[in-house]
Write a protein that binds this ligand. Sequence first.
Ligand code: GRG
Length: 311
Amino acid sequence: MFFAFATAAFRVSKSTVPSPLPDYIESRCRLVDAALDRFLPPSPTRPPTIHKAMRYSIFAGGKRLRPIVCLAAAEACGGRVGDAMPLACAVECIHTYSLIHDDLPCMDDDDFRRGKPTSHKVFGEGVAVLAGDALLTFAFELVARAKGWPRYSHAALVKDAAIASGSLFLIAGQVADLEGEGKKTSHAQLRYIHERKTSALLTCSIRLGAMSANATTAQLRALTRFGYNLGMAFQVIDDILDATKTSAQLGKTAGKDAKAGKATYISILGMKRAEAEADRYTRAAISALKPFGNQAHRLHQLADYLLKRQN
Ligand code: GRG
């Protein structure tokens, strides 16, 4: 869970800056978990196999980063957690679908995710494909079930989520990743992949949260810049952790990309420059929050926190 890492990171920073952030993260995780439990069809619902599989991956212990930033973006724009919650759960469903499919034998072929056997290892490939499909579809049902707002219609929200998860972004990144395996990759190509695979859905999570608070155009633009940079920082840090932590610490197979001949920020830039890159993206994200002042302090804290994350 995100709050497990939060507590660990808190231990590191406790002596200098006492922070209530771990409590905030923990309470947000609980709210998101409870909402997902309410929204998703119960396991015994026919056909039970698919609902068990959807719930297995959703409740496998993800950090809930996307829903947390979605809710924090809503707060930064003066919105209500309850209004943003269906959207926060929608982005977690899209994210979980992408992980289930990414782990399939025809993609990254991984046995562990979130510290547990992957969906296809437990339910078989057919049900894993369908569980991913069902979560992606369910995400759009949740967007449609969210409240409407004066500035943003349901169509605008659906469009944002569809673009972020479609063939121009999430899937484009995955295609470029698959096609780049074993080939020489430039820094620009790596950036192209991660802008799409990682940053686009994080940005969408933040945008949907802002839209749920009826954000102004200027607020939405600033938070889009925040999301882009936060997503890129998150990915560079992911590569750093992948190269320096064990599978047990990460809850997924460590060092896999490097072994598969895939480019990473470490293979292209080296460790020192990758760390500087993560820092640079984090600073750029934080600077985008300036117009919000203290109202965005949770987003500010989360960006700092992610830079120091250990899993
Ligand atoms: C199969 C359409 C399709 C897309 C797959 C998201 C993705 C594209 C692949 C997953 C593997 C990967 C390295 C993605 C980059 C984004 C990323 C670091 C995901 C892991 O996010 P966390 O750490 O995961 O937030 P948890 O499990 O904590 O939710």
